[in-house]
Design a protein around this ligand. Structure first.
Ligand SMILES: [Cu+2]
Length: 455
């Protein structure tokens, strides 16, 4: 009799294989050294960032659709089930309280959407340091029957070896309780995205997706009056004053509900109900970031966490956005150059339109816009078509302020009607945000990645 072997069975095997490797990290230090020195691929503390994969709850606005939205299992003010990653790099032991690792374990069922933004400096041959990202799998609290491993796939990374690619049928995956450290040597600046590649349509749609980008070696030097650049342009043509991520993802309410209620569905029936920008639906996109730990945000945008529990701290009054900490608001001063890093891990093409300001496309899929002989092929447009799995680096120059009080407001939105309207009647929800242009000197320099000033 022919044995049917499902993809999920295979992934379990892949997870088992990872346990042999990843389990090593659970051994005491002296055993690691004594027993398997060649197999130790990670050691506690030997990483730049430490992420945890798990499930959790998030918020989407009305209109409500029974029984999927809000899900009766979701604790208020949350409405829908999700999977996601958390940045647990900066936890420390509390005196007389929980240890750092206990706080990490406490983040099971407290995932974040979208996944943390993180960035890496381009590999410097003169100072060769690899980037290491440790990932652990806290398990799925609502679905203990679902023993899926997780991985981290850096989409578009051009010189990764299969071992660190995160594609679970060709490499290791991280079982519940396991650890694995991904090692990268990033040679190509630009904007990328990352996602868990296990049961990839499911884990991507459920929320294990985020932006990662590589800063060019040229950063810190001076070209054309700038010190920050999208690429190694040699002339400042990709220099910018402020930078903002624009990450696109989708929520299919029925699939989220089915996930929480142990029901199956066909992904071929996929129909997104909500299109999200930086993990939120307009007008929540205009609300501020959750409180940021600016000092810790050297390699990722670090959300402040409770020192006792490790939980994400929301803004007062915005508790419903606790697991969606990222704003999509853009603020700048007239005459400044603003870099928008677009990446789409929804399943539909987005038509991102900035009404009233021309955008200049300077990079696509982490590749600067130039021909083989170096000719600049960047171009101006007011609409960028971002397909699933694509990224664009776009710079606009803020127009002069019109005078009067308050900022000039420009709308940045997905002009595909269903993706900007979502389920709303008015046609203004979903992937929509604002660019607010202030007079010269009004808001001061950007303090951190995705810092938008609110007045
Ligand atoms: Cu996963």
């Amino acid at each position: 009799m022919k044995k049917h072997f499902s993809r999920r069975d295979f992934l379990k095997l892949a997870g088992g294989a990872a346990a042999t490797v990843a389990g090593v990290s659970l051994l005491p230090q002296f055993l690691r050294k004594t027993l398997m020195p060649d197999q130790v691929v990670n050691a506690a503390g030997d990483y730049d960032l430490y992420f945890a994969g798990t499930d959790g709850w998030m918020y989407n606005p009305p209109p409500y659709i029974s029984p999927y939205h809000p899900d009766v299992l979701a604790p208020a003010p949350f409405t829908n089930y999700m999977f996601g990653f958390r940045d647990v790099t900066h936890y420390v032991d509390s005196v007389g309280g929980p240890t750092a690792e206990e706080k990490v374990q406490n983040q099971k069922m407290k995932a974040q959407h979208n996944a943390p933004f993180f960035w890496v400096n381009q590999f410097d041959p003169g100072n060769p340091v690899d980037f290491k990202l440790q990932v652990t799998n806290l398990g799925l609290q609502i679905r203990p029957d679902l023993t899926d491993p997780h991985t981290l796939h850096w989409h578009g990374f051009r010189n990764v070896i299969p071992f660190f690619d995160g594609e679970p049928t060709g490499s290791v995956a991280i079982p519940t309780g396991g650890f694995f450290t991904y090692v990268y040597r990033p040679r190509d600046p630009g904007t990328y995205m990352y996602h868990c590649h296990v049961e990839d349509v499911e884990h991507v749609h459920m929320g294990m997706t985020g932006i990662v980008f590589v800063r060019p070696l040229q950063d810190g030097q001076s070209f054309g009056g700038f010190t920050k650049f999208a690429y190694n342009d040699g002339d400042g043509s990709t220099g910018y004053d402020r930078e903002f991520p624009m990450f696109m993802s989708e929520v299919w309410l029925k699939a989220r509900w089915n996930g929480a209620h142990i029901q199956e569905h066909l992904w071929a029936d996929f129909k997104a109900d909500f299109s999200l920008l930086n993990g939120r639906v307009y007008p929540d996109t205009l609300l501020p970031n959750s409180p940021i730990d600016v000092a810790a945000s050297t390699k990722s945008l670090v959300i402040q966490t409770d020192p006792d529990t490790g939980d994400l701290i929301p803004n007062a009054g915005l508790e419903h956005l606790q697991s969606q900490p990222h704003s999509a608001l853009v603020t700048c001063e007239e005459g400044e150059r603003v870099l928008l890093r677009f990446a789409n891990l929804g399943f539909r093409e987005a038509a991102m339109t900035l009404a009233g300001i021309k955008m200049r496309v300077v990079g696509r899929d982490a590749t600067p816009m130039q021909s083989r002989d170096g000719t600049d092929t960047s171009y101006y447009t007011d609409t960028v078509l971002v397909g699933a799995g694509e990224s664009f680096d776009v710079i606009f120059e803020a127009p002069p302020h019109s005078g009067g009080s308050g900022p000039d407001t420009y709308v940045l939105y997905n002009r595909r009607y269903t993706q900007v309207s979502n389920l709303s009647d008015g046609g203004a929800a979903g992937q929509r945000t604002e660019v607010r242009v202030y007079p010269n000197g009004a808001i001061g320099p950007q303090a951190y990645f995705n810092d938008a000033v609110l007045y």
